[in-house]
Design a protein. Structure first.
Length: 383
């Protein structure tokens, strides 16, 4: 099948369903688009379609053709596919963009430049651009895998059961295909340390997502005693490890020293944690519970609220919101959390991680790329 036909099929999926996946969903469309647009000009690379070279290959073009069977159902693979091609509000390829910006901010290592034997384009080595694409492929693969539906919770309103089963098979196979391509690209970089870093990031992702899935039955563990330190550890695994280790890896490809690599890692780590906190805070930044979006009882503001009022106080609030074993009244819980100190504590923690990311990136020489990375960190802490 031709790339043109595959692209038409993907574009047809744009008009079906909504999409909620983004890296910075809170930023206003105009401001965030400008930050991204300016950053892309700096690296000389339109990251919006960074992984389409793989997505529009002959193998996945067949997947796109088969995806039409899911139109009319509520299978999340449709929304995921839609976001790969177009998202008018947010740029989704932010991990690759940050890797490219970090590559340019660090610049070439003059001591090792002779042995690299690569021509730089816009201040970035070809191997670093390849790493940025690999990072996006890994992230995309896990997004696709997250689109697998729990058929035990299937209802007639979701669509025919056979279509939902088919969608799950497609999610597994296409996600595996993307991950296999990423691993092949990693091997072609011919750098064992980079392979080790990205392989460990994949392991971290698996561990973090497994933990997230294990606590999704929130109604059964509303009174679990989770500490913010544990939350940060798990958030790093599922949301920060890939970016942090990719930032370190791109400096390894340019043969920078261990100190520079550690700074790049710290920027990726703290920027990712700051973003996760920002995302968790969004439901609590509304003016009233009627305007609030659904929130997780394992989100940072809720956990910090629990720590503030103590375990007994939290159990009391849960009992009030869920009288006589009935379903919990999340609006009532929202008001209790909003009235406490958990939200302000989460904002403070978000600003802390944003500042740590800024501290790390300011250790690099002044440049347009460094300024762009600073702007991204500022955007994470903007409310």
């Amino acid at each position: 099948m031709s790339v043109q036909l595959s692209n038409k099929i993907c574009l047809r999926l744009l008009n079906n369903g909504c999409r909620s996946l983004s890296l910075f969903s809170n930023s206003s469309p105009s401001n965030w688009s400008k930050v991204v647009s300016d950053a892309e000009k700096i690296v000389g690379y339109p990251t919006s379609f960074m992984s389409l070279r793989c997505l529009l290959s002959d193998e996945l073009s067949n997947v796109a053709m088969q995806a039409r069977k899911l139109v009319g159902t509520k299978h999340p693979l449709l929304n995921t596919a839609r976001g790969f091609v177009y998202d008018s509000r947010n740029n989704l390829q932010m991990r690759g963009l940050v890797v490219l910006l970090m590559s340019k901010a660090a610049g070439p290592n003059t001591a090792a430049e002779a042995c690299l034997q690569q021509d730089m384009v816009s201040g970035i080595y070809p191997s670093q651009r390849n790493l940025a694409e690999i990072t996006e492929l890994i992230h995309t693969a896990f997004l696709v895998h997250r689109g697998i539906v729990n058929l035990k919770e299937w209802t007639n309103s979701d669509g025919p059961l056979k279509d939902m089963q088919f969608g799950n098979k497609m999610a597994v196979l296409s996600g595996d295909f993307l991950l296999a391509n990423a691993c092949t690209g990693l091997a072609q970089l011919n750098n064992t340390k980079v392979v080790e870093l990205l392989s460990s990031a994949i392991g971290d992702l698996v561990q973090g997502i497994y933990y997230e899935n294990s606590i999704q039955g929130e109604e059964n563990n509303m009174t679990d005693d989770i500490k913010i330190a544990s939350w940060e550890e798990q958030a790093f695994l599922s949301h920060g490890a890939l970016l942090a280790k990719s930032c370190r890896a791109t400096l390894e490809l340019a043969k920078h020293d261990a100190e520079a690599q550690a700074l790049a890692f710290q920027y990726g780590k703290h920027m990712s944690l700051g973003h996760k906190l920002n995302s968790d805070l969004q439901p609590f930044l509304k003016d009233s519970s009627s305007d609030a979006v659904p929130f997780s009882l394992n989100s940072a503001p809720v956990i910090l609220h629990q720590e503030t009022i103590g375990r007994e106080g939290w159990i009391h609030q849960i009992d009030q919101a869920r009288p006589k074993g009935r379903q919990a009244d999340y609006a009532k819980l929202w008001r209790a959390i909003k009235a406490g100190k958990g939200v302000s504590s989460a904002i403070d923690l978000c600003c802390y991680h944003g500042n740590k990311a800024l501290e790390a990136i300011k250790r690099f020489p002044p440049s347009e790329a460094r300024s762009a990375l600073e702007n991204i960190a500022f955007a994470v802490t903007k409310f």
